[in-house]
Design a protein around this ligand. Sequence first.
Ligand code: SF4
Length: 281
Amino acid sequence: MEKTSRLPSWFKMQRAAGENYIAVKKTVESYGLNTICVSGRCPNIGECWNAGSATFMILGDICTRACRFCATKTGRPSAPDADEPLHLAEAVDELNLKHCVITSVDRDDLYDRGAGHWAETVKQVKKINGNVTIECLIPDFDGKTSLIRKIIEAKPEIISHNIETVRRLTPQIRTKADYDRSLGVLNLISQAGITAKSGFMLGLGETGEEILQTINDIFNSGCTILTIGQYLQPSFAHMEAVKYYTPDEFDEYRNIALNTGFRFVESSPHARSSYHAVRHV
Ligand code: SF4
């Protein structure tokens, strides 16, 4: 496949300056919160924030892993902010969100990998926002069942964990993570009766056959919601995109996934795990 770095014409970025965008930015900043929208340099930030939604990122903005696709800073993080769960819950209230998506950096430095902080955050959001639905996009917690169960027991409506890429490319793209461990995380969530969701990126050098296998593997883990999006190189230090798939190709994979049995599939060049997340509930 030919390597390419210029964005194709179907990538249209919405400008950031709307009224809602400014309100979201103000709320996020005033509560001292982080978002993956900013940390991950997400191309959809104009659209999402103008629609009044954002994806909160807890446990700081420094990740202990250094995946080759991800723009989030890597290094040695500071101790978690004990006030963050409450502040996040207050921000959800202020933004009047109907659906709240939360993710985190990996915290391999903490004895519980941040699972307790996760559970407390879900608890506070529920306490202050009676009707909000919650989606937790979690790391793999090193596959430690007891830690993943802490999030399950907090009872968010959806728990997602991204497989990110096909099996063969996983060791090159995701540091420390393991394809089968991620499938195990998804299996644990679905077995517990919570809606399980996953997603992966196209454009990292995967083959058509590998894409189909990944769709099947995720489905067999018990997931009912799937996102498929285009990988974009966040900086020259990150892995280069090998291919830009066309909107028609994304449509084709959406149909394949729906025929496989998924209840909801978000598949487009712009799709990210949290893109249009309110529709997945
Ligand atoms: S797709 Fe997700 S990460 Fe990107 S701007 Fe929207 S809510 Fe934020």
